[in-house]
Ligand binder design. Structure first.
Ligand SMILES: C[S@@+](CC[C@H](N)C(=O)[O-])C[C@H]1O[C@@H](n2cnc3c(N)ncnc32)[C@H](O)[C@@H]1O
Length: 310
């Protein structure tokens, strides 16, 4: 597929952005202006908010054309750029690994609040870590936290470890790790990735697991259908299988009073609440993201188990 960028050069950043945006819009790419801004900035080596009358310089080079063609072919912008913003961080994104979404920033924020409220050395488990977006955010924003993250996909594990290393070395955005914070990324199935010694000791169990039903596949945009791994998206034929498994495992892994935070499908919020109550969790509720969608299940293991209290 070829993008209309002839001639490929424009004298200013603004004109080059307009030219790229027109090519993306003609191809039906959503948010063409924003994507053009980032692509031009990437090639020109300038800030995305560079003044439009600044000379385009390198942005005029032919390096821009293949990137525009990839976006016209509906490759996600984050994979073309190789990174994305998530809360305070700049995270590496790689082909074959789920691209972190803005709505998950809300979920990470709930886990951060719960970890901060848990005391001096909170312990957090995060299965289904993908790029490590939630785990790295916890380590950046919660002093003293110990995060143990896991994923079944070896490409995700490798990418999350790169992001942890970049955070540790102060190369993952405007912040480094919070004082005393640590993150470990392990390969494994759901909670099986965590050390058995953490059973019953997690202050927070957080995850953005696969939660879409198989039938949704026909509705996905090309960026999702052709680039996010199916295993990152589909929880099973019903969609809710992995969420249900994590809800029922929560009381086993959380310490008494510990908090569960799970990203969920808004369509299954009532089911998730019901399952959490049946699993013996308390203070069960649903939190909404910035678009107003029911985005996270929030619940706690009782601080004192009923049998113990008697
Ligand atoms: C929706 S993505 C979330 C990634 C990341 N936490 C985020 O929010 O950007 C789900 C992740 O769960 C992983 N996953 C799927 N099934 C799994 C399983 N049974 N055990 C562990 N990880 C799993 C996928 O590989 C994928 O990285």
């Amino acid at each position: 597929m070829s993008a209309t960028l002839d001639p490929p050069c424009a004298p200013t950043v603004g004109e080059q952005r307009d030219r790229v945006a027109a090519a993306l819009a003609a191809a039906g790419v959503p948010s063409p202006e924003t994507d053009a801004r980032w692509l031009v900035a990437h090639v020109a080596g300038v800030d995305p908010w560079q003044r439009p009358d600044a000379p385009a310089g390198e942005a005029c080079g032919r390096a821009l054309r293949p990137l525009v063609e990839r976006r016209v072919a509906r490759e996600p912008l984050q994979l073309i750029l190789g990174h994305t913003a998530f809360r305070l961080l700049d995270l590496v994104c790689r082909a074959g690994v789920f691209v972190p979404r803005p709505e998950t920033e809300t979920v990470a924020g709930l886990a951060i609040d719960a970890a901060r409220a848990a005391g001096a050395r909170p312990v957090v488990g995060e299965p289904c870590t993908g790029t490590g977006a939630i785990a790295c955010s916890l380590a950046a924003e919660v002093p003293g936290v110990r995060v143990v993250a896991g994923d079944v996909d070896t490409r995700a594990v490798a990418t999350a470890r790169v992001n942890v290393r970049r955070l540790t070395e102060g190369r993952a955005g405007v912040v480094g790790p919070a004082p005393g914070a640590t993150v470990e990324v392990r390969a494994g199935e759901l909670l099986g990735a965590l050390p058995a010694a953490l059973t019953g000791h997690l202050d927070v169990l957080v995850a953005n697991p696969p939660y879409l039903p198989d039938a949704d596949r026909t509705t996905w945009a090309p960026e999702v259908a052709d680039h996010d791994p199916v295993r990152a998206l589909v929880g099973g034929p019903d969609g809710h299988e992995v969420v249900a498994e994590l809800v029922s495992a929560a009381t086993h892994w959380l310490r008494p009073g510990g908090t569960l935070v799970l990203e969920i499908d808004a369509r299954r919020a009532a089911t998730a609440v019901e399952q959490a109550r049946r699993a013996g969790l308390v203070d069960v509720g649903v939190e909404h993201d910035l678009t107003g969608a029911a985005r996270a299940l929030l619940a706690r293991r009782p601080a004192v188990e009923i049998e113990e209290a008697r």
